[in-house]
Design a protein around this ligand. Sequence first.
Ligand code: ATP
Ligand code: MG
Length: 535
Amino acid sequence: MSEGATKKEEKPRKFQAIRGTRDLLPPETALWNRVEQTTHEVFASYGFGEIRPPIFEPTELFVRAVGGETDIVSKEMFILAEQHEDRDVLALSHLRDALTLMAVSADHKPSVDFFLEKSAEFCDGYQAALKKGVVYADERGGIKIEYVKEARQHLVDTIAQDRFEGWRDRFDETVRLCIQYMGLITLEQGNALRPEATASVCRAYIEHNMQQLPQPVKLYYMGPMFRRERPQKGRYRQFHQIGAEILGGPDAPAIGAELIEMLMTFFAKLELEGTTLDINSIGHAADNCRRGYVAKLKAELEKVKDKLGADSQRRIETNPLRVLDSKLEHEQAIIATLPKIADYICDDCKTHYAAVKRELDLRGVKYQENWRLVRGLDYYMRTTFEITARGLGSQNAVCGGGRYDGLVELLGGPPTKGIGFAIGEDRLILSLQEAGKGAAPQSRDVYIAWMGQNAYATAIRAAKTLRAAGFSVELPPTELKFGKALERASKLGSRFALILGDNEVTSGEWTLKNLANAEQQKLNEQALLEYLRKA
Ligand code: ATP
Ligand code: MG
């Protein structure tokens, strides 16, 4: 086969949107715009200002704020691969690679002195980098370096014992352990695409000293979030959230209640149907409150462990609260018999919860209490809420929120009260579409059918005038016979056709055709504008 022939057969690669991402297209985007415009209006009427944080942040921000044990952080985060910019950290990373290679290769067992020297260099270098702030300053990294140091000390002790029989095996074993611990230390500061935005908003609050502004600070955001989940209806890898946070000030029950009132007003304005608001209080992380409950819950769960599925069994150890939001059918009856958190929270939290409900009643906000509504992280406290909507199958949660008084402090800021929510915009839109509230295809107000060069100049001017007056106008770029032009006008769903030929141009009386009923009339330019304004 000749070269030319092979080339012909090679078709250029066709690209498709990556799994879990999608193009939002017209006319659907008009609905997105309506939702977002309504957000701006409603949220501003409650005194919120918009914040637009970046789409990627240090991975560590999310690890801390969302929690290393959550699925979002441990499995779903899009971490951007990147060479570390700091030369010392790069050197540390190379040092660790070299030591690791040595430890695993049978031929190049490291000499004792070499390993002791280099591992000390690693420990010192890591601690210097921590101080410099170029590697994660997280306590887990701190613990891991302690492990490395301990293992290293063990090496020193081993050889101090006068190289007893079999010492080298023991030494090699400890070296492997030492290396294993080193491997656990995160050296790359790395960035990640945001899986949510509360962390960014809190980071920004601290970074811009917003605690010096009048408190509380009320912020809202909207934009794409990224999670590596199994894509399905209502669940994407790039999805969109609209969220709001109230930071600083007191934790007065009215603050949360007003936030929820704003949400329900927003949904009502969009005519979102079949919304249900669930609320709960999860107390706070103290022995006489949530911790006491979790201990009790864990004990009860142990008793019924055998009847639970593998996920729930695991959660008894890692996060017993999460067992409560299991969706498995056969676990429901068991969960129903478990102790309820409301009976275990402290008096202050009980009073706060009762006040939140009173404040919601005052605002005419309907809710149902759901004791199974929980959050798995320590800094979440007291009020939690969730809103479900119709037409979404099992992905029916359109909004989740709650109070998180410890978060700003956890991110290095001053003790700060906080409460917020995040709406899943994709699901909100889906629900609106299911209810027949989708956007109609975009139509045109006026299609200008012109023929002849004189008419063309007039048509250009008419298009400009009409557009400036706020009408949507289609002006064909090349001359079409009137019949053809009217056909196109109908296909585009135009309401009117403005017919401009030689006659119209000379007389100054333009022909306007109503495409719905085929009625025609003659109007001069001024009269045309007035007529269209009323039409
Ligand atoms: P779910 O239990 O449905 O996974 P979640 O607890 O992970 O939700 P949050 O992190 O609280 O959800 O996010 C708030 C809202 O964002 C959810 O109620 C949902 O509407 C939406 N959301 C979350 N993940 C996705 C996704 N992958 N695709 C589309 N929307 C999502
Ligand atoms: Mg999720």
